[in-house]
Write a protein that binds this ligand. Structure first.
Ligand SMILES: Cc1ncc(COP(=O)(O)O)c(C=O)c1O
Length: 389
């Protein structure tokens, strides 16, 4: 049996894989089993922050894995505490809960919001959370319920109750739900990633802030995909000039090792109490050492480079033949193509560039440190693949 056949035989059938086995990677370049080279603009869906097998990141992991690989949360470990300090200092948040994935980080955010409301009102009268249509918040039963897309609300019912869905960029639709006096929070991605790389407008976000104040609601940002430098700021809310009460992140946080984090601001910093949450692997020292190395390298210089390269991509692609438009921010971009996105993605792969889809768009999620020459080569190939016959 070859790998493809074995995979089909033994792996649960949840993923539609590309016909490609990646056997080795170096920075923004990957190689398949035949040694064919690819420029990777997908970073494992916004995970490999500094590309494949970055040496500084590897050294941080090697040092920690040869000291202590895991202890359980019954003990103190240095990387976990230091990472929490680093994240709080860089974001203005007060406390961190570590987990393993985006869905789990969102579950925690939801628990914090509901417990905050329970502690405040002494009952469950304000347990509802407003999320946005076209959002994506994860695959657990609760985060599927939080996801504002009907296609995710089938098959696995009953889902967790207490989510209502507003239209993105339509503040009236948020206020209509907020005014019902049964909500505790509004939860949203600032750039809807799986929904097609759709940023929220500044006006809408300003409106969310006003509504949150008016109705006493918490603001929760899902920064699972947008976080850790991806949008040209350390976290996407920094592009919009506000600080949420809670935000979740995962994906790029540890640069390719599993780590989720839920950050809590002043209002909710004491909401989680002993036994109100927990995670065996959450805050694992190796993952936290990796994340410390990643976060410490996302500085102003790097973020400015991301912005500059992003502008180049947007400008170059926007005027290209076969491109209808480019959406997104920083290194989280969606290309609206005249051809079917899947056709463009396959053509790019044939020509040695890995890109993925987001709804009907071609999605680009390059490594934050992708060199100019490699980026330019990839963009030329994308332009070529978008062209009409
Ligand atoms: C915005 C957002 N939230 C949550 C998730 C779920 O993250 P995970 O797959 O790590 O559970 C994703 C994954 O794509 C995401 O993009």
């Amino acid at each position: 049996m070859n790998l493809k056949e074995k995979d089909a035989k033994y792996i649960a059938g949840t993923y539609a894989r590309f016909p490609l086995e990646i056997v080795k990677g170096e920075g923004s370049v990957a190689f398949d089993e035949d040694g064919k080279k690819y420029i990777d603009l997908s970073t494992g869906i916004a995970v490999n922050t500094f590309g494949f097998c970055d040496e500084v990141w590897q050294d941080a992991i090697k040092e920690q894995i040869s000291a202590v690989q895991h202890t359980s949360n019954l003990f103190y470990t240095n990387p976990c505490t230091e990472l929490a300090e680093m994240l709080c200092e860089r974001t203005g948040m007060k406390k961190v809960f570590f987990s393993n994935s985006g869905a789990e980080a969102n579950e925690c955010a939801i628990k914090v919001a509901r417990k905050y409301a329970f502690d405040k009102y002494g009952d469950y009268s304000h347990s509802t959370i407003i999320t946005l249509k076209n959002s994506f918040h994860g695959r657990t039963i609760t985060t599927l319920a939080a996801t504002g897309q009907d296609v995710f609300h089938t098959t696995f019912a009953p889902f967790t109750e207490g989510f209502v869905y507003a239209e993105p960029n339509d503040i009236g639709s948020v206020e209509e739900l907020a005014s019902k006096d049964n909500c505790c929070a509004i939860m949203f991605e600032l750039v809807q990633g799986e929904g097609g790389v759709c940023p929220l407008t500044q006006d809408f976000v300003n409106g969310l802030k006003e509504i949150a104040e008016k109705y006493g609601l918490l603001l929760i940002c899902d920064e699972v995909q947008t976080g850790n430098g991806r949008t040209g700021e350390l976290y996407a809310f920094m592009n919009y000039g506000f600080t949420p009460d809670i935000f979740s992140t995962a994906k790029g946080l540890a640069g390719g090792l599993p780590l989720g984090a839920t950050l809590m601001g002043e209002k909710v910093q004491n909401t989680l109490t002993p036994s109100s949450n927990g995670s065996t692997f959450g805050g694992n020292p190796v993952c936290c050492a990796a994340a410390k190395s990643i976060i410490s390298r996302i500085d102003d210089n790097l973020l400015n480079e991301v912005k500059e390269k992003s502008e180049y991509i947007i400008k170059t692609l926007s005027s290209a033949d076969g491109v209808k438009g480019v959406t997104g921010m920083g290194f989280m971009l969606g290309i609206e193509t005249e051809k079917d996105a899947k056709e463009v993605i396959s053509a790019c792969r044939e020509k040695g560039v890995i890109v993925i889809s987001a709804k009907t768009k071609v999605r680009l999620l390059p490594a934050l440190n992708i060199p100019w020459d490699i980026l330019k080569e990839a963009i030329e190939i994308i332009i070529d693949c978008c062209k009409g016959e």
